[in-house]
Design a binder for this molecule. Structure first.
Ligand code: DQA
Length: 145
């Protein structure tokens, strides 16, 4: 079965408790269950890390194993050129990488208006809570299908 990596950056392990007015009350386990329910013929491999190095390693893994990626880079979105370079490796290999955000960063503080990931991503979905991921999964399924 084809695997889709659903990668989550720093502080997203705190979903459910972290600023629920912005990020909602669901946890990462809730998100995993939702995506597993929506995936047809695809294996969901959802991971979270607070470590930039680990996240970069997972993007390298995506390249080596030729996996599609749904990526919420969290705060790394706004400043990690290392993560940007790793994301570029994924799309340069002809693989799909969808940047997702639970909130709409453009409607928030100024520092969140910049993404160093968007220009190297296949596309971006933001502002729809867990549905941002569901829409990304739908897109991956259409592209792979
Ligand atoms: C986020 C938005 C980022 O600005 C923030 O640092 C996050 C979460 C989102 O999903 O809305 O941690 O990526």
């Amino acid at each position: 079965m084809t695997t889709v990596l659903v990668l989550n950056g720093p502080n997203l392990g705190r979903l459910g408790a972290r600023e629920p007015d912005i990020y909602g009350s669901g946890t990462l386990d809730d998100l995993r269950a939702k995506l597993e329910g929506e995936a047809s013929g695809l294996q969901i491999d959802l991971r979270q890390t607070d470590s930039e190095a680990e996240l970069i390693g997972w993007l390298h893994e995506a390249v080596d194993l030729r996996l599609s990626v749904i990526l919420n880079p969290a705060a790394f979105t706004h400043y990690s050129y290392a993560l940007s370079d790793a994301a570029k490796l994924v799309t340069a290999a002809g693989l799909i990488l969808v940047e997702v955000h639970l909130s709409n960063p453009h409607a928030r503080e100024e520092f969140r208006h910049t993404s160093v990931i968007s220009s190297v991503a296949t596309g971006v979905i933001a502002g729809f809570g867990f549905d941002s991921y569901s829409l990304a999964l739908d897109l991956v399924q259409r592209r792979l299908g």
